[in-house]
Design a binder for this molecule. Sequence first.
Ligand code: GLC
Ligand code: GLC
Length: 814
Amino acid sequence: MQYGYFDDKNREYVITRPDTPLPWINYLGCQAYFGIVSNTAGGYSFYRDARLRRITRYRYNNVPFDLGGRYIYVRDDETGDYWLPSWQPTHSDLEQYTCRHGMGYSTIGSKRRGISASTRYFVPLDENLEIWQFTLSNERQTPAALSVFSAIEFCLWDAQDDSTNFQRNFSIGEVEIEDGVIYHKTEYRERRDHFAWFACSAELAGFDTQRDVFLGPTRGWDRPAAVERGESFDSVAHGWAPIGSHHVRLVLQPGETRQILFVLGYHENPKDEKFDPPESQIVNKKTVKPVIAGYLIPANVDEAFQKLRTYWDGLLDICQVTTPDIHTDRMVNVWNAYQCMATFNMSRSASFYESGIGRGLGFRDSNQDLLGFVHMVPERARERILDLAATQLPSGGAYHQYQPLTKKGNNDVGGNFNDDPHWLIVGVGAYLKETGDWSILDEPVQYDNQPGSEQPLYDHLQRSFRYTLDRLGPHSLPLIGRADWNDCLNLNCFSDTPGQSFQTTTNKEGKVAESVFIGGLFVLAAKELAAIARHSGHADEAAGYLAEGAHMEETVRRHGWDGEWFLRAYDDFGNKVGSKECAEGKIFIEPQGFCILAGIGLEDGLARRALESVRKYLATPHGIVLQQPAYSRYYLHLGEISSYPPGYKENAGIFCHNNPWVIIAEAMAGNGDGAHDYYSRINPSAREAISDVHRCEPYVYAQMIAGRDAPTHGEAKNSWLTGTAAWNYYAIVQFILGIRPAYDGLQIAPAIPERWTGFRAVRRFRGVTYQITVRRAGTGNAVKLMVDGQAVDGDVVRAPADGRTEVVVGVTLE
Ligand code: GLC
Ligand code: GLC
């Protein structure tokens, strides 16, 4: 069952009924001002940091789930009938409801009793504000007297404090209303130099800024007293809960359409120019007024919207493909790339499942996310890499997270997740291959943000690599520390106290438990670092890295192979995890994927066998589960993984982030059919037809799909902010379609399904546009390359020597 459809041409997903199984959301903003908007106009906004600069209030885990947001009420002033064109929370009968989620904007509208209303929400580029472009039409035969009420609830900035510290917060709310603009200035009198404002382009009949006056003390958002009576109270908030609501009255003739602009913004003043007059407590509005005035002019708003579209088209057009599979095309060309930009902007901080107050940017997450967005925003990827590296510890280890506002390592979570440092090598490798910007390696970067500790970025990579060699266990495999990629495999935790953090509690010394996964990651990192060294004047070191990698590969073969698949780990007692000897958790997905990604076993059949075991024991129609059999109870020595009921999250859920590792492994093993089959099982577009089972948005990946041990097998959870986005993008574009930035040029090595006759792609790479046509001539993956009509050896297209910027590439697969 479906709740909408893809409008591929407009790069939109169109939701055709408001009662989706979960809120289906979109992101507004891509620089500093951000918003989340659901298909029923729920959600909130913030400036840079979802915890510390929350502009509007939102209550997570609400009932109903999605309540509160960017509301516009329409009232028929003749009958008193009122509704929200976006449906929540009045649930009025609507005709022709549609929500179009597009690239950085959402348009939500409907019709009721001959009145059509629709709002386009977006954040213009380079501005700290959001626009609600509201259009109202009278499709009746008679004139319509209507009222329109906007409504938002302001957050008192620190979202954590806002939802806990009521004894203080109920007394500090403050606003100003000037020329119909509502200014929210709580705490401005003391240390804040920022405020929010909410403006309307139409002449006002009234306004409200005190929530309980607007709603009435005993009512909710579904029955505001002001809307019901058809007249604002002109309330001025003092304490309690400041809101912003404008009231506009209008009469529309039959066939007439009117547009009203509502604009919500964030503004900062210099510390010493906060007030006007200076000795007063009145917000200085000198610099904000021109901004407000500008965006209340429809022509400017239309122009800003066109700019936004052009911006997104520019990003997406860097890589466009035409394949025989529509689900592949729309994910690669639009939605998966778009989601990668969301993970770049948000990391794991703010979605409808991440409250925006919990986590900073993850070291391993952000490095992996690079794989999905580096081609779109290389300069910003560069900055991200340098920020991440600056939090690295002198030991080569890493803070697990850093805070986006301070850009400093997060002491609460600390380090000792022993996979973390290697992801920096992976991230930097991806950046270098995309851009060829070798200068980044010479960039001086601090350790632990300590001035004076600057070393070239290259030195950071060396220390990342050393970190593991300094921390080997009894089998010479890498010690796992608090956890490796699997945050929930906590082999040194041994926690029996409720509420303790599995990630930061360490009750064992950590000198025994080892990770085969990190072994695989190390082998991959060794090859990457060797390649980086060879290309950057450190060629003498390359052999050393390769030797260490080869040595680790030997160790993985000797101590990390279980007969039919790769082992997962050794626990604190030196016992195997993920082995046929185990009663539960016999086989895990991560080492199968990652050891093969590192090239282990591709030559001698181990990879094939591991992949067969994955197919036999882990694959389901909804994706590949994390391990089998699921843990049926809590095991002190395994940690959080065994805390989840079977089939969810890391306990045998389909943890979508690691499915692409197997997809890539299949592609590397030459099995394009298998790779694309797995790809399709979790491809959200391919799952659109079962939206009633999947329940999350069909246009973006979710972190998890419930595994076969769960009663809700096939149900997705935690959409949007997940490493799944980057890894799937990487898997489909670089390994199945095989269009792969390499150090020396653009490599083209597809592993497509046998039934595909070929595909086309346009890829902009290092200033050159490559028009690529792949044609299947045989059943294999052997590549014959023609570059501008000339046969070329190998599978790498080098930059044209003569400075041409258009290159035609013909690929024959034999
Ligand atoms: C979450 C974390 C990520 C971790 C994964 C597996 O997605 O953000 O860092 O690797 O879970 O536990
Ligand atoms: C929790 C989640 C896990 C996530 C981790 C990181 O343990 O279950 O998926 O990776 O938190 O913060």
